[in-house]
Design a protein around this ligand. Structure first.
Ligand code: IMP
Length: 424
């Protein structure tokens, strides 16, 4: 299994951190291929909890080279802070490598993220306000500053000057905000350059060499399929491609080099921020899923919206990612419910949709078609093999497999590494 992608099949927060961490144990290189510090993954090792937002999970293993690929946007201050935090907890981040082609998040990106959201009012996306969208906007408008620019200060200053002239106009004239100071940003980023000099390099070469040597490379997707800029519920999405195709583009390898694509799926579903959500539960059941599931954002602390598993969306994720298997997480949360539902289709305007609708409008006004499953009631957090699960829990897993059309090879029944059931 030389090259595997692990990604979310929903709107993020599927519990990717734990699954990625488990897979990272056998990896030589772990690559983040998109997004930035908008992601948040919690990893539990023994009694210790680690919350990472930018550095790949593999950093916890001394044998792993953690790579932040060209498809990511990097806030250098956040990167340095995360490395310092890890060092403070006895973990050596010196092997972290950042692509020379990754775009940098600049102070004006963070500021614009906040003022644009404010400006949008009711239409706001509910971004993490980390500057992710504005940094990708600059990348695609060819106005961005890349990590490699930090090592040619003449070019860096020229690009910063040009960008800042434009951004300050936007900030002051459009958004009625204060301008930012060139010297201040320049000095701060020159300082970052010195501290990051050993980390920024051609990571495409690192990944390609590892693959050529038959090493195991794990590509770690952030956010989730339904937050993908192309395949998600646009415009309520992030600004990059969490889908499996993004792994090749965002790390500088060819698509044929990927062998396995693991879709992490929560046993129910959640989303943060705005946007359509057919199976959302706005009742007491939804509140219980949030409380029992601890559904509060790692990055922003926001309360997540929760609902029953959506098999229409899951099948869509199987398709757009070419998933080869599923890792099902947080099954233990459902132990607290007498009845568990799965949406197998949507009804809208007299039509039944078994495929993800091509008109997004349908997602807003449809009625999910649910099938009901009897709950199992027993605490399953102590299960260590699939056979330890009550029959009703096993049936629930089998049914999801049937609806998705691919195998569920991993079932997680608790936050610890031990609470993971592997299946052949
Ligand atoms: P942005 O990525 O900060 O621009 O936010 C765009 C949308 O993606 C918002 O709805 C965010 O709440 C959502 N989002 C971004 N990162 C994550 C994540 O890691 N988990 C869940 N939602 C996310």
């Amino acid at each position: 299994m030389p090259a595997s992608v692990v990604l979310g099949t929903q709107w993020g927060d599927e519990g990717k951190g734990k699954i990625t961490d488990l897979m990272a144990e056998n990896a030589d290189v772990v690559v983040r291929y998109q997004g930035g510090n908008n992601a948040g993954h919690t990893i539990v090792v023994g009694d210790e909890k680690f919350a990472l937002s930018l550095i790949p999970s593999g950093v916890l293993y001394p044998t792993v080279t953690p790579v932040i690929g060209n498809g990511c946007v990097v806030d250098p201050k956040v990167l340095l802070d995360e490395m310092a935090t890890l060092r403070g907890r006895g973990i050596d981040p010196s092997k972290v490598r950042v692509s020379n082609n990754a775009h940098l998040i600049m102070p004006y990106h963070r500021k614009l993220d906040a003022v644009i959201e404010r400006f949008l009012g009711d239409a706001q996306i509910g971004t993490t306000k980390r500057g992710i969208g504005p940094a990708y906007m600059d990348k695609y408008s060819r106005f961005g500053i890349r990590a490699q620019d930090l090592f040619d200060l003449k070019i860096f200053r020229k690009k910063l000057d040009a960008a800042l002239k434009d951004k300050n106009k936007q900030l002051t004239k459009v958004y009625n905000s204060l301008p930012l100071d060139l010297e201040e940003i320049y000095t701060e980023y020159v300082g970052f350059a010195e501290q990051l000099a050993d980390h920024i390099t051609d990571t495409s070469l690192i990944v390609s060499d590892a693959l050529a040597e038959g090493k195991h490379v794990l590509f770690e997707g952030a956010q989730g399929t339904l937050l993908d800029i192309d395949h998600g519920t646009y415009p309520f999405v992030t600004s990059s491609n969490p889908v499996a195709g993004g792994a090749a583009v965002g790390s500088g390898i060819g698509p044929k080099q990927i062998d396995d694509i693991v879709g992490v799926t929560k046993a129910y579903i959640s989303r943060v921020g705005t946007g359509p959500f057919p199976t959302e539960l706005l009742d007491e059941t939804g509140d219980r899923l949030i409380e029992i599931g601890g559904e509060y954002g790692v990055v922003t602390g926001r309360r997540r919206r929760c609902g029953w598993l959506d098999a229409v969306a899951l099948r869509y994720a199987v398709r757009v990612n070419g998933l080869t298997e599923i890792a099902l997480t947080k099954l233990d949360v459902l132990s607290h419910f007498d009845t568990i539902k799965i949406a197998t289709a949507y009804d809208s305007d007299g039509e039944r949709y078994t495929e993800f609708p091509r008109q997004q409008r349908v997602l807003y006004n449809c009625t999910p078609v649910y099938e009901e499953h009897k709950g199992w009631g027993d605490d399953i957090t102590g299960a260590r093999t699939f056979d330890d699960l009550p029959a009703a829990a096993q049936d629930y897993v089998h049914r999801i497999e049937e609806l998705a059309g691919i195998p569920i090879r991993t079932v997680s029944v608790g936050p610890s590494r031990a609470a993971t059931l592997k299946r052949a």
